[in-house]
Design a binder for this molecule. Structure first.
Ligand SMILES: NC(=O)c1ccc[n+]([C@@H]2O[C@H](COP(=O)([O-])OP(=O)(O)OC[C@H]3O[C@@H](n4cnc5c(N)ncnc54)[C@H](O)[C@@H]3O)[C@@H](O)[C@H]2O)c1
Length: 253
């Protein structure tokens, strides 16, 4: 499929899911800038994709830093002629391994997760929209998590940062929809990839698998498939939505 032919997309946040987003978007014809705070890794992934003949550039992108976000967007505009899509996919996981609740979480950890995962997505959005307006519209996709709905006893900052982007997408959809800009959120369930598998014991992975209705964990390709629909004109009537891709592990209205 070539649903993204001639589109220019910034993927902010590489890694297990982000690398696959870049592969899928370029595979459907887009030119992609792939940015990550681990710039060397993003560049290496982009080079692998570019070696297949696709238009893909990797770069250092610190999703908490306005100048860095601006530079990645400028790179896309400068090298590929404009901007049609931005997928904000990165996350800081500072509070993932902690046992803290709201009474004990170190506020510097809380602030850091919110600075990157909430404020950073606002920065991505405010720098992307003016460029998209020059092209007559565009699509913003944000990677959230089913953790936004679960009320876990830990990962407070992570969940709060994820919920915040749901409000951001609705705001953008409402304010800029008439000018051709759409904004949507994907909430992955548990998605397995090598970095994820390295971090979790086998029995936890098995428990996650049992929680799905389809007998397997999610894969980056499952998230990329939904993202490509949201990015493409085939998804042109989808905006302001928060959609889980989770094998049925969590159902909500
Ligand atoms: N894998 C899952 O089970 C799962 C489930 C729900 C949601 N998600 C979400 O999917 C997204 C991708 O996660 P993943 O599983 O691919 O994890 P990952 O760790 O492989 O990728 C996350 C990437 O974000 C980058 N990053 C961290 N801080 C950054 C910053 N300040 N600026 C730029 N990049 C930064 C990391 O370097 C890493 O490459 C995240 O938003 C995550 O919250 C993942």
């Amino acid at each position: 499929m070539n649903r993204l032919q001639d589109k220019v997309i910034v993927v902010a946040g590489a890694g297990g899911i982000g690398d696959e987003l870049a592969r899928r978007y370029t595979g459907e014809g887009a030119a992609v800038v792939l940015g990550d705070i681990d710039g060397d890794r993003a560049i290496a992934t982009a080079e692998t994709i570019a070696a297949t003949g696709a238009a893909c550039i990797g770069t250092l992108l610190d999703g908490g830093d306005e100048g860095s976000i601006r530079a990645a967007i400028d790179l896309a505009v400068g090298r590929f002629g404009g901007l049609d899509g931005l997928h904000a996919n990165y996350a800081g996981f500072n509070d993932n391994d902690s046992l803290h609740d709201v009474t004990t979480i170190p506020m510097e950890d809380f602030d850091d997760v919110m600075r990157v995962g909430s404020r950073g997505f606002v920065l991505c959005t405010r720098h992307a929209i003016p460029e998209m307006l020059k092209r007559g519209g565009g699509s913003l996709v944000y990677t959230s998590s089913d953790a936004a709905f679960m009320g876990e006893v830990v990962r407070l900052a992570y969940a709060m940062s994820k919920v915040s982007m749901h409000a951001l997408a609705r705001h953008v959809a409402h304010r800029f929809g008439p000018q051709g800009i759409r904004a949507n959120v994907i909430c992955p369930g548990v998605v397995t990839h090598p970095r994820f598998e390295a971090a979790l014991p086998a029995e936890i992975v098995e428990a996650f698998t049992d929680s799905t209705l389809l007998g397997r964990l999610g894969r980056p390709v499952d998230i990329a498939a939904m993202a490509a629909l949201m990015m493409s004109d085939e998804g042109s009537y989808i905006t302001g939505q928060v959609i889980s891709v989770n094998g049925g592990a969590l159902m909500r209205p």
